[in-house]
Write a protein that binds this ligand. Structure first.
Ligand code: NAP
Length: 313
C-alpha cells in the first residue's frame, strides 16, 4: 500500500508550531501584520484570499485586504505597494496573482520591498534562493519540502524529476531539491519522451496544470509522487475516464457538477507509487501554512531590526 502524504496533518503541525512565536511577537511588541492586495474579482483568487485571511485570524496575525477595482493601473498598484512598504506595522505584502491583464505584474512584484515579500517572488529573494542564502522561499515549493521532511522521505542522492518550469512552482522546487542534494531534471511542454523522463524519478513533482496527465507509465514503481496540480474537471466524459471505478468520486461529480483533480492520475498513482500526495488534501493545505511561516519570519526579522536600531513598535 502506498503511503498517502497528509498535507492537512503537516499544515496543522506547522501552524501549531507558529502559535507561540506569534504570541511572543505580540507580547514583546505587536502581532505580525499581513496585507493582501486582491485586484478585480477573479472567483478563484477570492477564495484563496479568503482562506489566507482566515488562516491569519486563527493564528493571531493581523491581516488587511485591499481590493482595487478590475480597471486598476500598474501605476496605482505600484503606489499602493509603496505606501505599504513604508507602513511599519505591516510585515508582509502579498499581491494575489493573476493581476488584471492591463497590469504589468512584474513591475508590481518588483515594487514590493524584499523584506516584506512573503511570497518570495522578488528578484532579490529569487537570488537568495538560487545561491542558498536565507530569505523567504515561495510558499508551495517550501511546503513540498516540509511535506517530504516531515514524512522522513530522504532527498539526498535521489533522482528527482520536476514537470513544469514556472517561477512560482517548478523552478523553485527544483532548486530546493537540488540544494538538498537530489539530482534534478526539469521537464516542460517541449520535453521529448516525458513518460520516459518521469519513469526514472525516485521523486516526481508534477506541476503542469494538466488534469491526470501523469498516468501509470510515467511512474517508477515505489516512487514518491508530489502532485501540485489543481484542475477543475467539469466534463462528465473526462470525470468518467479519470475516476472510473471510484463510485464515491463519480457520485460527488454527479452532485456538484465538477471535481478537483491533480496532474497525476489518482488511481494509477495509488497503485504504483511508494508515497504520494492526494488532491485535494496534499500540497494545497501547505501553501497557506508556508505563507504564515514567511509572515512570522518577516515579523521576527523586523522586530530584531527595530531592537538593534533602538526603535519600538
Ligand atoms: P504554469 O505557470 O501554467 O506552468 C505550467 C508548466 O507546466 C509550464 O512550465 C509548462 O511548460 C508545463 N507544461 C504544461 N503542459 C505540459 C505538458 N503537457 N507536458 C509537460 N509540461 C507541461 O503553472 P503553475 O503556476 O506552475 O501551476 C501548475 C499547477 O499547479 C496548476 O494546476 C496550478 O493550479 C497548481 N498550483 C497549485 C498550488 C497549490 O497550492 N497546490 C500552488 C500553485 C500552483 P512550458 O514552460 O513549456 O510552457
Amino acid at each position: 500500500m502506498a503511503l498517502v502524504l497528509d498535507g492537512k496533518r503537516v499544515r496543522d503541525e506547522i501552524l501549531k508550531e507558529l502559535r507561540p512565536r506569534v504570541e511572543e511577537l505580540a507580547r514583546t511588541g505587536r502581532p505580525p501584520g499581513l496585507t493582501v492586495i486582491l485586484a478585480g474579482c477573479d472567483p478563484a483568487s477570492e477564495i484563496y484570499v479568503r482562506n489566507k485571511v482566515k488562516a491569519c485570524e486563527e493564528l493571531g496575525i493581523r491581516s488587511e485586504k485591499l481590493t482595487p477595482p478590475e480597471t486598476v493601473s500598474t501605476g496605482d498598484l505600484v503606489d499602493m505597494v509603496e505606501a505599504l512598504n513604508s507602513r511599519q506595522e505591516i510585515d508582509g505584502i502579498l499581491v494575489q496573482m493573476p493581476l488584471p491583464p492591463q497590469v504589468d505584474s512584474r513591475k508590481v512584484l518588483l515594487a514590493v520591498s524584499p523584506e516584506k515579500d512573503v511570497d518570495g517572488f522578488h528578484p532579490l529573494n529569487v537570488g537568495n534562493l538560487v545561491t542558498g542564502r536565507p530569505g523567504p522561499r515561495p510558499c508551495t515549493p517550501a511546503g513540498i519540502m516540509e511535506l517530504l521532511r516531515r514524512h522522513e522521505i530522504g532527498v539526498a542522492g535521489k533522482r528527482a524529476v520536476v514537470v513544469g518550469r514556472s517561477d512560482i512552482v517548478g523552478k523553485p522546487v527544483a532548486l530546493l531539491l537540488m540544494h538538498q542534494h537530489a539530482t534534478v531534471t526539469i521537464c516542460h511542454s517541449k520535453t521529448s519522451n516525458l513518460a520516459e523522463e518521469c519513469s526514472r524519478a525516485e521523486i516526481l513533482v508534477a506541476a503542469m496544470g494538466k488534469p491526470a496527465l501523469i498516468t501509470g507509465e510515467f511512474i517508477r514503481p515505489g516512487a514518491t509522487v508530489i502532485d501540485v496540480g489543481i484542475n477543475r474537471v467539469t466534463s462528465a466524459e473526462q470525470a468518467a475516464r479519470i475516476f472510473a471505478g471510484d463510485a464515491a468520486r463519480l457520485e460527488e461529480f454527479e452532485r456538484k457538477g465538477s471535481l478537483l483533480v491533480g496532474d497525476v492520475h489518482p488511481a494509477h498513482v495509488a497503485q504504483k507509487a511508494g508515497a504520494y500526495t492526494p488532491v485535494p488534501g496534499g500540497v494545497g493545505p501547505l501553501t497557506i501554512a508556508m505563507l504564515m511561516v514567511n509572515t512570522v519570519e518577516a515579523a521576527e526579522r523586523g522586530a530584531a531590526r527595530r531592537r538593534s536600531s533602538g526603535c519600538s513598535g
